[in-house]
Design a protein around this ligand. Structure first.
Ligand code: CAO
Length: 437
């Protein structure tokens, strides 16, 4: 019997993907769950597994094709395969994985299809959102193909339409509102690079043009969107972690024995979750259309991870309910999965706050960009021994620079200062965590 194998639903907001590699050929006998194509979407690189066993009779996609959900990838004869041994997939830089990845039990997550593709290389720091500064291609915009078509018909660049749906998804009403505003001259255009500005560069010397990877496209879109829509303020402070460092060294072996690494990031996860409970406006989102603030009663914290493919932000779930040893283990596991290209899109969704620690690399401080629709992000720079004036004399103390960037629409400067001060005090006086956190 001839069966069609179609692209199943991958994740919320993902409508299309680019075929990076076709892993089977016509005539191959393939097994259930055997990867058939490697697909790059705006959120991850995925292996699409075969839902049936059979002999491939027709291949309907090739490398470089952009395919949509439900598009037929190949046809196979499920009877012709009887008695034949399945052909194994060619060795690829991917990790075979079960067809139904374990879904973390978090309230904010989209449902996953039972035989959805398996992520082998994570990509997205957050659900992509359209950006005034994003690429002009509409492939990264979280909108349905029909809406993209409508946008083209209306002459609207879908990438600059702010989405009000879940995860920044663009809804029909968003497009209509945007088009109306555009006609009345109110559409935002800030941050967009014009074609002439771009071509000008070739006038002054040789250049190299290369296509942006999907990670870069998504990062560009979400950072551009955040930068152009969130009025940022960044608050800076320094915390004396001399005593904490002693404790960290003292307990690091114990934490290592349970599979984690007791770093400042793991400790900050716990401290941040407690601070978010004390200052709930930092664990929120804004619904500007309805003039409402959405306070989240769960504490899922994203941690920026530097990988060879770019910035990825896996999310540690229910941070408030875990101890630092558990958090250290989970952070280690997620950072490894990010670097090994194994994160699933779900593992990067649903964050309510983010920590970005660049201290392992260096720097005296920096201003991180808020991952909209979140409203705040904690930046961590390199701890250094500095002379600190205490009781009339200078003492060498280990000082950790911290910053918090926040959305000034719902967080006032005084609250920004209080929030960061709370974190500073919790690191200097850990009892505060038990008393207030
Ligand atoms: N100050 C001084 N030393 C620091 C430090 C800091 N702020 N943060 C980490 N370190 C040290 C650690 O203690 C560790 O030292 P040892 O090897 O001697 O034990 C070393 O730096 C490496 O730490 P790590 O990276 O293994 O562990 P971590 O838990 O601190 O960080 C992670 C994990 C994933 C946050 C980090 O590896 C990473 O990828 N950072 C980059 C994040 C990034 O790109 N941010 C920018 C995003 S754009 O906003």
């Amino acid at each position: 019997m001839i069966k069609e194998v179609r692209l199943p639903e991958i994740s919320e907001n993902v409508e299309t993907g680019d075929v990076i590699k076709v892993l089977v050929s016509v005539g191959d006998v393939i097994d259930v769950d055997q990867p058939i194509v490697e697909l790059e979407t705006e959120k991850a690189v995925l292996e699409v597994p075969s839902p049936h066993r059979g002999k491939v009779t027709e291949l309907l996609v090739k490398e470089g094709d952009t395919i949509e959900i439900d598009q037929v990838i190949l046809k196979m004869d499920t009877e012709a395969a009887e008695g034949e041994v399945a052909q194994s997939a060619p060795a690829a830089d991917v990790t075979p994985a079960p067809s139904a990845p374990k879904k973390p039990a978090a309230p904010a997550e989209p449902p996953r299809q039972p035989d959805a593709p398996v992520s082998v290389e994570a990509m997205s720091p957050a659900a992509p959102t359209p950006s005034a500064g994003a690429a002009t291609s509409d492939e990264t915009a979280p909108a349905s193909p029909a809406l993209r078509r409508l946008a083209r018909e209306l002459g609207v660049d879908i990438n600059v339409v702010p989405g009000s749906g879940p995860g920044g998804r663009i809804l029909k009403d968003d497009l209509k509102r945007f088009a109306r505003n555009a006609m009345s001259g109110a559409a935002p255009t800030a941050g967009k690079t014009t074609a002439s500005e771009v071509t000008e560069t070739t006038k002054w010397g040789p250049v190299l043009r290369e296509p942006m990877s999907k990670v870069r496209q998504v990062t560009a879109a979400s950072m551009g969107h955040a930068w152009s829509t969130v009025p940022h303020v960044t608050q800076y402070d320094k915390v004396d972690i001399t005593e904490l460092e002693e404790l960290r060294k003292q307990y690091s072996k114990k934490v290592e024995a349970s599979g984690g690494k007791l770093t400042v990031t793991a400790i900050l996860l716990k401290v941040a979750a407690s601070a978010l409970k004390v200052f709930p406006q930092f664990n929120a989102s804004i619904d500007i259309e309805k003039n409402e603030i959405i306070y989240k009663r769960y504490y899922h914290i994203g941690v920026a991870v530097d990988t060879d493919r770019g910035l990825l932000v896996p999310v540690v779930r229910t941070v408030d309910k875990k101890n630092i040893t558990e958090l250290a283990g989970e952070l280690n596991r997620l950072a490894d999965r990010a670097r090994d290209r194994k994160l699933t899109p779900d593992e990067m969704d649903g964050g309510t706050f983010t920590i970005s620690n660049l201290g392992g690399i260096g720097g005296t401080n920096f201003s991180p960009i808020v991952y909209a629709p979140q409203v705040a992000i904690l930046g961590v720079a390199r701890a250094r021994v500095e002379p600190v004036h205490i009781n009339g004399r200078f003492e060498p103390r280990l000082m950790l620079p911290l910053s918090v960037s926040y959305d000034h629409r719902i967080i006032d400067g005084a609250d920004g200062a209080r929030f960061l001060q709370w974190i500073v005090r919790a690191l200097e006086e850990p009892l505060l965590l038990a008393l207030e956190g």
